[in-house]
Design a protein around this ligand. Structure first.
Ligand SMILES: C[S@@+](CC[C@H](N)C(=O)[O-])C[C@H]1O[C@@H](n2cnc3c(N)ncnc32)[C@H](O)[C@@H]1O
Length: 235
């Protein structure tokens, strides 16, 4: 089974724990590799739809892992009666607002989990804004380039209260939650390429605004400022 950089990085970012719930498991590759890499003893492969679950069941069987991975059809965490100790979760490959809805539906269960690794495929800003508004502790953010796409990763520790420094808050607000906080620190220039990619996107917006008949001066200045801040993050 050849895994993408995107999925490999999900497995790497998961801390070892007794049980991991893989919400939106689809093919089941994340569950299978969490067990293979000894990240957990037991995995719940959860999907809202029956067809993906059948696919996961087949892949799990082919890997002889039926004893360690249980497939469950459920809307997010609805299937859980209660959350015991040592439970982590992965929610990957969905849009940011879908992930926010999954969390919102079962907040009391979420607050009892040790960690949740979130990997939105789009609209990361929606889930980032949700987490900040709910004061959920963001332990780490990361970015990974895989098959021509930059993927964002957010590791949260829901048992802790997340109080962001004023500096981080201002940064997130300036960008409408569109840029991960790890970019602000950009230790050893790890995110230089990602920053340049974002700058190019913002420059494209500026160009479109310049060519448009409808002038919006405030918006123009705001995008110029975003580019300036991002340039300062390059190490
Ligand atoms: C694109 S796949 C992602 C598969 C895998 N997690 C990955 O990252 O490669 C998204 C899956 O999430 C499932 N899904 C969407 N909403 C869900 C929800 N509320 N609860 C559980 N699964 C959901 C879909 O049925 C689909 O199989």
């Amino acid at each position: 089974m050849k895994l993408s950089n995107r999925i490999n990085h999900i497995i790497r970012m998961c801390n070892s724990i007794d049980t991991i719930i893989d919400v939106g498991c689809d093919h089941g590759y994340i569950s299978i590799n969490l067990i293979r890499e000894n990240k957990c003893k037991k995995c719940y492969a959860v999907d809202i739809n029956r067809l993906p679950l059948l696919n996961a069941e087949k892949n799990i069987k082919n890997n002889n892992l039926e004893l360690y991975i249980q497939c469950i059809q459920s809307n997010g965490f609805d299937f859980l009666d209660e959350v015991s100790e040592n439970i982590g979760s992965v929610i990957a490959g969905m849009g940011g607002s879908t992930i926010a809805n999954i969390l919102q539906k079962n907040m009391s269960k979420i607050y009892k989990m040790d960690y949740i690794l979130i990997q939105p495929n789009s609209y990361a800003k929606d889930i980032r804004k949700f987490l900040v508004n709910k004061k959920i502790h963001i332990e780490k953010e990361d970015v990974m380039f895989s098959e021509g796409v930059y993927y964002e990763y957010i590791l949260i520790f829901p048992k802790l209260q997340g109080i962001l420094s004023k500096e981080y808050q201002n940064f997130l607000l300036e960008f409408g939650y569109d840029i991960p906080t790890c970019v602000m620190d950009n230790i050893d220039g790890k995110y230089n390429e990602f920053i340049l990619y974002k700058i190019r996107k913002y420059e494209k917006v500026l160009l479109e605004m310049k060519n448009s008949k409808l002038k919006n001066y405030d918006k123009y200045v705001s995008f110029k400022n975003k580019i300036l801040i991002l340039r300062r993050c390059i190490r």
